[in-house]
Design a protein around this ligand. Structure first.
Ligand SMILES: CC(C)(COP(=O)(O)OP(=O)(O)OC[C@H]1O[C@@H](n2cnc3c(N)ncnc32)[C@H](O)[C@@H]1OP(=O)(O)O)[C@@H](O)C(=O)NCCC(=O)NCCS
Length: 199
């Protein structure tokens, strides 16, 4: 599998929907909110100065295979979804009507995230996702590792990640990259391990 890595900030606006599509396969809350939220999230993320990430592209076909994203303050990206009030209200009403439990989970998660302390000089591995047809070949691990290398270059001393307890592939990749579990917690329907690694 030959591929190249690129910084997410350099992605063309035509290709950003592909990142959102890959993200939609993820079982997390953002994808459950729906595609408009996912696309808006990544549009905001690539404009955010402190957020960084990478995407992998197949050298033969040019297809985007997966991506990774890190931020020293992930809650600021979530809050940005509410900045355009008209857009947010219109879209969240659809969620409340069609998927009320997802809305409830959103409230629980935003309270949990607000309670999370961000230490100086630390960064969060927010997402790393690989299109299912490219999985199991080391790409996920490589994408997460690229966040660690970039975080170190930017002067961060520690990296955190939260991984659902059932997510064996993510746990294996994360632990193979040197993270260790520091606690396990519940966030509504989600049971997660909190992991950290020195950079
Ligand atoms: C997590 C994810 C990014 C891993 O991507 P990947 O390219 O398949 O990962 P790798 O090939 O680097 O594999 C990492 C490890 O997981 C193992 N693995 C991969 N898929 C697996 C599966 N379905 N079940 C169990 N183990 C699996 C690999 O064998 C490897 O372990 P090893 O180093 O002991 O051989 C991918 O499964 C994914 O996109 N999942 C959905 C999104 C997600 O959960 N992201 C992480 C949380 S934000």
């Amino acid at each position: 599998m030959t591929h190249s890595f690129h910084t997410l900030k350099d992605i063309s606006s035509n290709s950003l929907p592909r990142i959102a599509e890959i993200h939609m396969i993820d079982a997390g809350l953002l994808s459950k909110l729906g595609y408009p939220f996912v696309l808006r999230y990544f549009e905001n993320a690539i404009k955010d100065e402190r957020t960084f990430g990478f995407y992998a592209q197949d050298a033969g076909t040019g297809e985007i295979m997966g991506f990774s994203l890190a931020s020293p303050e992930p809650s600021s990206l979530t809050v940005k979804l509410t900045e355009d009030k008209c857009w947010f209200v219109r879209n969240i009403i659809k969620v409340i009507i069609t998927r009320p439990l997802v809305f409830l989970q959103m409230l629980i998660s935003s309270i949990t995230i607000r309670g999370q302390m961000y230490e100086p000089n630390t960064v969060e591995c927010v997402y790393f996702t690989v299109d299912p047809k490219y999985r199991g070949k080391g790409l996920g691990r490589e994408l997460q590792k690229s966040l660690m290398d970039e975080g170190r270059k930017r002067g961060y001393k520690k990296i955190y990640a939260s991984v659902e307890t059932w997510n064996i592939a993510s746990l294996k990749a994360t632990q193979a990259n040197g993270f260790r579990i520091i606690r396990t917690f519940r966030e509504g329907i989600y049971h997660r391990h909190r992991l950290e690694s020195e950079l």
